[in-house]
Design a protein around this ligand. Structure first.
Ligand SMILES: [Zn+2]
Length: 179
């Protein structure tokens, strides 16, 4: 499929807002085709956009790399699968809801790896960012326990977690309905 002037104009206008994949989706092409075309026409992104996309790519890639490593060790290990939904906080990116693993009654998923049982959010943190210092919790910016988007996780102490809950009004004593 030939690239029209309009296609190229679209790429030039949106190159700093959209990744190759998104540009490709908008134009009905694959991301490699977009990349090659941009190279051919000398269309370059701003440094800021490159950094932003690189960080996002690393986070996503990190999760995938983690899954691949596990997949190789043993093929009867369940792959982590998730579906994307929009987050309740508009300033955050979409939530990735784990759909492949058992959900415990409190909404958290668990995963068994190397004879250990992990809470899914802790496991995803471990795979993406490395060790969790002792006594630290993996908390959710999005208040969605089943979310495993690495972007939505942060390390905090028990106190941080409670403060965060109070700030967002999700502590149990704030949830009681007044009738
Ligand atoms: Zn989330």
């Amino acid at each position: 499929m030939e690239w029209t002037k309009e296609d190229l104009k679209f790429v030039r206008e949106n190159k700093n807002k959209m990744m190759n994949k998104e540009l490709g989706e908008a134009l009905g092409r694959n991301k490699d085709n977009v990349r090659a075309t941009m190279q051919y026409y000398g269309i370059k992104r701003s440094k800021k956009a490159i950094m932003k996309f690189r960080v996002e790519g690393n986070i996503r890639g990190g999760l995938k790399a983690g899954l691949k490593r596990i997949g190789k060790k043993s093929n009867n290990k369940k792959r982590i699968k998730y579906k994307r939904i929009s987050c309740i906080y508009p300033e955050l990116s979409e939530c990735w809801i784990c759909i492949s693993h058992i959900e415990r009654t409190n909404g958290y998923h668990v995963v068994n790896r190397n004879k250990k049982r992990y809470r899914m959010s802790r496991y995803v943190w471990l795979m993406n960012f490395g060790k969790i210092p002792e006594g630290m919790l993996v908390c959710h910016k999005c208040d969605t326990p089943e979310c495993i988007n690495p972007d939505h996780l942060f390390l905090g102490t028990q106190a941080d977690n409670i403060n965060d809950a109070v700030k967002k009004g999700r502590a149990y004593w704030q949830k009681e309905k007044v009738t």
